[in-house]
Design a protein around this ligand. Structure first.
Ligand code: KIV
Ligand code: ZN
Length: 512
């Protein structure tokens, strides 16, 4: 019988550490539910001790998710571990993931601790965590750049204290596949009690090798857990991408000979949900989930695929959730059909009033756009800029005038704390004028570090999806807005980013 490969998703923790990718509690729950539908084995829901917001999100996910293990990250100290255990209390299956840096560089410069102090703290933390939950993962941060003798000593000790999973992070994405695979193999061979734990790989993508390194850790090193994120989301160049690593192991089962429990049909929906929630657009040529991943443009390829699809296709597009750009709903579709499609897409709205609000937005869109695709529906439910009661800013309406040779003017009506305000401004273009009109009132002083527009479903009839990234006082946030009118989509994205800037965060960073 083949071994099982455990898929540990950290989109909501390591993925969320990416500047601008922060998510609200409800957004995290929506993604966690999609991960559960994907049958991810372990969901790292956050870092409970880092902020009250993270604690609440971990707690909400722990109380809601039934089929996946829910995990919280925690530094190696009693306070963090107790917070994690507290947040995970309601979980069917809970894991505490505790970590401390072990490379000479991190211990000396960051922690200002001696190796012996780190050794003692790691041991004591795993012991403390094991008294609270039965499933404890330990990570030596910057493990790949750590001294192998020291790593063997510390990992043997934490396994003896009851760590059930040992994760070896390549924190800075420095590894090379063969070397990383052999590193894990050496650790497993040299540590006498290594068979008492499951070995895990956690690779960052700074040199573009996170997936390759993770697979080498499995094939050469014998690891049986991969840590990854949807779309490879994560700090800097991101983490190992779930969709790529899972499809590699499934497509090349002849080579890996491992079972993976993921229901791949939900991969695309998960990718779109994460991209629309965070505003991190998926590049068209991205493997598995990019718009071109299964498109055959050249005549020779098209001809081959029509005669026999396996001439040029190694995976079936349907197996990862692609359907032939189906028109799913239209203006005559009722609330039940809308609700059912949401369920099929893995979107579970929290209350009937949320369903009603999304249905109203869907009807408004269907009045303006004859064909509604799955992407449109996901954009409608992800629309953060409208009718969110507890948010400071909400979009109401916009009019603008632009003509060749004249400076465009926009007038926007939006709510501030529930009260409508109306502002007018000129700008270099209609988008610039609209955002300047908002700033005339808000005076956020934020710097725009990214503005991007993407057609959700291809044609000019499509909705435009706009991402705006703002930076203010050291914080970076992304706002996303969608509308058939890209000027309106831009205003919605800007208001959504301002809302995120408003929600104060005093979070502690996991690394650094
Ligand atoms: O990359 C890393 O080292 C991490 C640890 C906290 C596991 O994310
Ligand atoms: Zn990481």
């Amino acid at each position: 019988m083949a071994d099982k490969l455990i898929i540990f998703d950290t989109t909501l923790r390591d993925g969320e550490q990416s500047p601008g990718a922060s998510m609200t509690k409800d957004e995290k729950l929506r993604i966690a539910r999609q991960l559960e539908r994907l049958r991810v084995d372990v969901i790292e829901a956050g870092f409970a001790a880092s902020s009250n917001g993270d604690f609440d999100a971990v707690q909400l996910i722990a109380n809601s998710i039934k089929d996946s293990t829910v995990c919280s990250l925690s530094r190696a100290n009693d306070r963090d571990i107790s917070r994690a255990a507290e947040a995970l209390k309601g979980a069917n299956s809970a894991r505490i993931h505790t970590f401390i840096a072990t490379s000479a560089l991190h211990m000396e410069k960051k922690l200002r601790m001696t190796p012996d102090q780190v050794f003692e703290q790691a041991k004591q933390s795993v012991r403390f965590a094991r008294n609270l939950v039965g499933d404890v993962e330990f990570s030596p941060e910057d493990g790949y750049r750590s001294d192998v003798d020291f790593l063997c000593r510390i990992l043997e000790a934490v396994i003896a204290e009851g760590a059930t999973t040992i994760n070896v992070p390549d924190t800075v994405g420095y590894a090379i596949p063969e070397l990383y695979g052999n590193f894990i193999k050496t650790l497993r061979e040299r540590i006498p009690n290594s068979d008492k734990a499951i070995w895990s790989v956690h690779c960052h993508n700074d040199l573009g090798m996170a997936v390759a390194n993770s697979l080498a850790g499995v094939k050469i090193g014998g690891a049986r857990q991969i840590e990854c994120t949807i779309n490879g989301l994560g700090e800097r160049a991101g983490n190992c991408s779930l969709e790529e690593v899972v499809m590699a192991v499934k497509t090349r089962r002849d080579y890996f000979d491992l079972d993976v429990g993921i229901d791949t049909h939900h991969i695309l929906a998960a990718s779109r949900m994460v991209s629309q929630t965070t505003g991190f657009v998926v590049q068209p040529n991205k493997a598995v989930v990019g718009a071109n991943a299964f498109a055959h443009a050249s005549g020779i390829h098209q001809d081959g695929v029509l005669k026999a699809r396996d001439t040029y296709e190694i995976m079936r597009a349907e197996d990862v959730g692609w359907s032939a750009n189906k028109i799913v709903l239209g203006k005559l579709s009722g609330r039940n059909a809308f609700k059912q499609r949401l369920q099929e897409l893995g979107v579970q709205l929290e209350s009937e009033s949320d369903v009603n609000a999304a249905f109203t937005r869907f009807k408004e869109l269907a009045d303006r756009k004859s064909e509604i695709f799955d992407e449109d529906i996901l954009a409608v439910v992800g629309d953060e800029s409208v009718s969110h009661d507890n948010e400071q800013y909400g979009f109401v309406s916009l009019s603008q005038h632009s003509e060749t040779g004249e400076r465009p003017v926009a007038t926007i009506v939006f709510t501030v704390g529930g009260k409508e305000v109306k502002e007018t401004s000129e700008g270099n273009g209609p988008v610039d004028a609209s955002l300047k009109a908002i700033e005339t009132h808000v005076k956020s002083g934020a710097e725009m570090v990214l503005y991007s527009v993407n057609a959700i479903s291809g044609s000019t009839e499509s909705q435009g999806e706009v991402t705006v990234r703002l930076q203010n006082s050291g914080r970076v946030v992304n706002g996303v807005g969608a509308d058939p009118d890209i000027v309106v989509a831009s205003a919605k994205a800007y208001l959504s980013a301002l809302n995120k800037l408003q929600s104060k965060s005093d979070r502690v960073a996991a690394q650094g």
